[in-house]
Ligand binder design. Structure first.
Ligand code: GUN
Length: 312
């Protein structure tokens, strides 16, 4: 089962929220439903990834997204483009993918090179293929209160990492309604959308950033902490309220001579110490990361089901 495992050591109080197991169960369900869609309607959910330039982290993320599409026996197309591609050429590729009936989802990996206007590119993705939920209209609809239950006004897709964070909080058994939630980081990809999702679930939400004063005291008020700043071990154990649920979105590489690769991944939270204080915590790796990909697969399936008029 995916949900939560208690750690055996007396000094460790936190329950570990197993993102890999939850992601595996979501992917298994997506694979089954994708096969059903293929059998009943001849529709194979298709995802196109667009990678511009040589950012090593982006290359790794896109490769694992494509690999997962293939594992789930869906259709995958990958465009790997030079860093100096013109904005017009990139827009033409996106328009072609938008018109391609075999493609149900289009993912443009961010960040884009500085000479390309990100918003123009994201706005060129047809709304019904915006499986990342980054089209300005989807972002706007996500931000608006009281529209999430109204299907024609709701965002067609919710961004994958924030959706994964909420699923992990739910899997931990933490009640969101009425909880105090502190989100550290205000990025368009994670911090802002996760804050909106928590707000829509009736949490009292504080968004912290580089200008926040007395961050430890603010974090200390939180029943739910979402750390998304991209700084290794930034959140200290003694900031965390005992029993809080901690979701660590950070994926930071640090040198590690004991590893064959010479490096390993750690999160934005000092996990070793925080696990003695938190009530539940996600590990890195194996927490939020796998959930981002699982949610992307779910959104791609949803896009294909909508294209087949099977769901609204
Ligand atoms: N860059 C970092 N995270 C993401 C993501 O979830 N989607 C895209 N498109 N780019 C990213």
């Amino acid at each position: 089962m995916f949900s939560v495992t208690s750690m055996a050591n007396d000094f460790m109080t936190a329950k570990l929220i197993d993102g890999k197991a939850l992601a595996d169960s979501i992917k298994a369900r997506v694979k089954e439903q994708a096969a059903q869609l293929q059998n009943s309607r001849g529709i194979t959910p298709g995802l196109a990834t667009v990678l511009v330039g040589e950012n090593p982290a982006s290359k790794t993320y896109v490769a694992s997204k494509q690999k997962t599409v293939q594992e789930l026996e869906m259709y995958s197309v990958g465009h790997t483009l030079p860093a100096d591609i013109s904005q017009n050429d990139l827009l033409n590729i996106i328009r072609d993918l938008g018109a391609d009936a075999k493609i149900h989802g289009i993912l443009v990996q961010l960040p884009l090179p500085a000479h390309i206007d990100q918003e123009t590119v994201l706005a060129a993705i047809p709304l019904e293929k915006d499986v990342d939920g980054f089209h300005p209209i989807n972002v706007g609809r996500l931000a608006m209160l009281k529209t999430l239950s109204v299907i024609n006004r709701a965002p067609l897709f919710v961004p994958c990492t924030p959706a994964g964070c909420l699923a992990l909080i739910d899997a931990s058994g933490t009640k969101i309604e009425g909880a105090r939630a502190v989100v550290i980081g205000r990025s368009n990809i994670v911090g802002l959308p996760v804050a909106f999702l928590l707000l829509h679930r009736n949490a009292t939400v504080t968004i912290c950033h580089s200008h926040t004063q007395n961050l430890p005291a603010v974090v200390g008020q939180a029943d739910i902490v979402v750390a998304a700043i991209g700084k290794p071990r930034f959140v200290q154990a003694d900031w965390i309220k005992p029993g809080a649920t901690v979701i660590d979105v950070g994926i930071n590489e640090i040198p590690d001579a004991t590893k064959k690769s010479g490096k390993r991944l750690i999160g934005d939270v000092d996990f070793e110490n925080a696990q003695n204080v938190a009530g539940a915590i996600t590990p890195v790796p194996g927490g939020v990361g796998p959930m981002t990909i699982a949610m992307l697969m779910q959104n791609t399936l949803t896009a294909a089901q909508r294209a087949g008029d099977l769901i609204a």
